[in-house]
Ligand binder design. Structure first.
Ligand code: PLP
Length: 357
């Protein structure tokens, strides 16, 4: 086990903190003073290094640049009133990272090494963790293949890194329910592919369809399954929930959607509140019909960035259903309030969801 003593730290001699306007933070626009790196070389994890945030060197032939052998995560840390910092569901994010790595034939970083390095980095940059409720430190762990050869084969060597960025309240300008459209001419993931892994190509491939959806006036795409183009899968960077007939319905984890950590939290909280949850295929026709009959009470997305994001409109093949255009539904609001209270230590940690630094 690597302890924090085994981490090499080179401190930044001039913090950039005083230049940052914490009242006006864009997502991932500024980074903290330091970054962490752990090399995986010659079959083993080397000593973690923490160094000033800055450019990294890479060979032009590095496999990540050509074949995309890399994985990333997205997680957050929050400040409690007493100054402690909570890394939210670190074990679940690590577990998903390792599963994504497995799919990409990348060695899985041990939890201890991941967590101790992350804790040291956050501790060093702890003044960067915003002090106001709903603001947070976004954490981006990632790993990429560094072997500089163009052979289409698994890289032997990797760099794992962590960078952190303070982020503002997602709803600083008020709640804006998202407008979704299906795009049956495009697919995000196929069974047996990499849809459940958090890999760069999954996102790059959605940029063009996403731009088309934006141009047509929609916020994001509601992805349908690749085979029948009928079952609802997920949204850009969110899982999706339908509250209908007093039951919470969401797509099952069958390999084509990202297994969201917020999705897991919402399901666990719903079960604790005795709200029935169904993880099952749900067709877009069922959704539209439930909207028409009034059985569909709420639709919301779940994800680390927004926690819970209400859906105000769904468009599919010329048909549009509108939900609440102004605010979150009561159930979505309940999840949002509970999860954000847990984030900031105002509500009891349900089951080791919080790792304190
Ligand atoms: C494609 C996709 N689906 C769902 C999610 C939600 O996952 P989480 O709740 O872990 O942030 C994300 C965000 O990471 C995502 O990128």
């Amino acid at each position: 086990m690597i302890s924090s003593l085994d981490i090499q730290i080179e401190k930044n001699n001039q913090s950039r903190l005083q230049n940052i306007d914490f009242s006006n933070l864009s997502f991932g626009g500024v980074f903290t003073d330091h970054q962490a790196r752990i090399a995986f070389v010659d079959g083993e994890w080397k000593t973690p290094e923490i160094m000033p945030y800055g450019p990294i060197e890479m060979l032009p032939g590095a496999k990540i640049l050509h074949y995309g052998q890399g994985v990333f995560e997205g997680m957050k840390a929050f400040r409690y009133q007493d100054g402690k910092i909570n890394i939210f569901r670190a074990d679940k994010h690590h577990a998903r990272f390792v599963r994504s790595c497995e799919r990409m034939n990348i060695p899985g970083i041990p939890f201890e090494l991941f967590l101790e390095t992350l804790k040291s980095l956050i501790n060093l940059d702890r003044e960067w963790v915003p002090k106001e409720k709903f603001k947070s430190l976004y954490i981006r762990p990632f790993i990429f293949a560094i072997d500089g050869s163009l052979g289409m084969s698994t890289s032997l060597n990797y760099h794992f890194m962590i960078i952190c960025s303070p982020v503002g309240n997602y709803y600083s300008e008020g709640i804006k329910p998202v407008k979704l459209t299906t795009m049956p001419e495009y697919v995000r993931a196929v069974p047996g592919g990499v849809g459940e892994a958090k890999v760069p190509g999954n996102y790059a491939a959605t940029l063009k369809p996403g731009a088309e959806a934006n141009k047509a006036g929609y916020t994001q795409i509601l992805w349908l399954d690749a085979i029948e183009r009928k079952y609802v899968e997920e949204v850009g960077t969110m899982n999706i929930f339908f509250y209908m007939n007093d039951t919470l319905v969401t797509a099952p984890l069958k390999g084509t959607i990202l297994p969201g950590v917020t999705r897991m939290s919402v399901i666990e909280l719903a079960k604790a509140k005795n709200i029935p949850v169904e993880e099952r295929p749900i067709s877009i026709d069922e959704v539209l019909e439930a909207a028409e009959t009034g059985a569909l009470k709420e639709v919301f997305g779940s994800g680390t960035a927004a926690v819970v994001s209400p859906v105000g409109l769904i468009h599919h093949k010329g048909k549009t259903v509108t939900l609440d255009q102004e605010k979150m539904g009561p159930l979505a609001q309940e999840f949002y309030d509970t999860i954000t209270a847990i984030h900031h230590g105002e509500e009891e940690d349900p089951d080791n969801w919080c790792t304190l630094v």
